[in-house]
Design a binder for this molecule. Structure first.
Ligand SMILES: Nc1ncnc2c1ncn2[C@@H]1O[C@H](COP(=O)(O)OP(=O)(O)OP(=O)(O)O)[C@@H](O)[C@H]1O
Ligand SMILES: [Mg+2]
Length: 233
């Protein structure tokens, strides 16, 4: 469900936040700032990402991002992402939340739903069922969806690729990236959890100024829950 920032209410947040959106939208840039900001306040924060946060996931990430075009069937791709995600939830996200850490994930099931569900035109119901099994009810307190014109996203990733190389998805057509953007928005409208769609065209500083008050509210509500729960078991 899409929410406006003034309407975002954190009632007993579990401490799980997700940043998602297209390639080059600025997820990783924002993640670094968020983590630095929260750690400066001595808050326990775990920064993680998909795919590839577990040992198994690193192998899957390599397979997923480095496969030649048309060598992996679309539904196979969904299963591989789901295997990575399920292991990520079971071995990293849920244990960290149980230790009462704040968890921020750079991409989550939204990426698979948008990439494979909308772009590859698979059965949305099937993709959604596979995702539900993979996340096992582990939904974030808020998804921050960085929304960006695909041309700008590709321009940014091209600049970055000159130093770091690119992955298979960045080589897809511009139409693919336009469908992807629509997929993310459609998903934001229909999912149960709150989604804040942020205009990622802005400068990193301007995005940060917009995001900071929400993060402060999230972090205050999280700390309140921790105080009320007493010490971690
Ligand atoms: N708001 C912004 N305006 C302009 N450039 C930006 C902005 N945010 C990030 N960038 C630059 O764009 C490039 C992509 O940013 P970043 O790596 O954060 O995106 P990403 O969403 O994590 O991409 P990917 O999905 O490929 O991992 C980087 O070189 C980064 O410095
Ligand atoms: Mg990134």
């Amino acid at each position: 469900m899409i929410v406006q920032p003034e309407d975002i209410i954190f009632e007993k947040p579990r401490g799980f936040l997700v940043l998602d959106g297209a390639n080059g939208a600025g997820k990783t840039t924002l993640m670094h700032k968020l983590v630095e900001h929260l750690r400066r306040q001595s808050l326990p924060v775990l920064a993680t990402r998909e795919p590839g946060s577990t040992k198994l996931g690193q192998t899957l990430r390599k397979i997923l991002l480095e496969s030649e075009p048309d060598t992996v069937a679309p539904l196979t791709e969904v299963f591989l992402f789901a295997a990575d995600r399920h292991n990520h939830v079971q071995k990293i996200i849920q244990p960290a939340l149980a230790r009462r850490e704040m968890v921020i994930s750079d991409r989550y099931y939204y990426s698979t739903a948008a990439f494979q569900g909308y772009d590859r035109m698979l059965d949305l119901h099937a993709v959604s069922t596979i995702n539900s099994l993979a996340i096992n009810g582990c939904l974030p307190d808020l998804l921050i969806l960085l929304d960006l014109d695909p041309e700008e996203g590709l321009r940014r990733t091209k600049l970055r690729a000159e130093s770091e190389g690119k992955d298979g998805f960045e080589s897809e057509s511009i139409d693919f990236h336009h469908r992807l953007r629509q997929g993310f928005i459609e998903l934001a409208r229909t999912c149960a959890e709150p989604v804040w769609v942020v205009d990622a065209e802005q400068t990193p500083d301007s995005i940060w100024r917009q995001i900071l008050p929400i993060i402060e509210r999230w972090s205050a509500a999280f700390q309140e829950v921790q105080r009320n729960c007493g010490e971690a078991p």
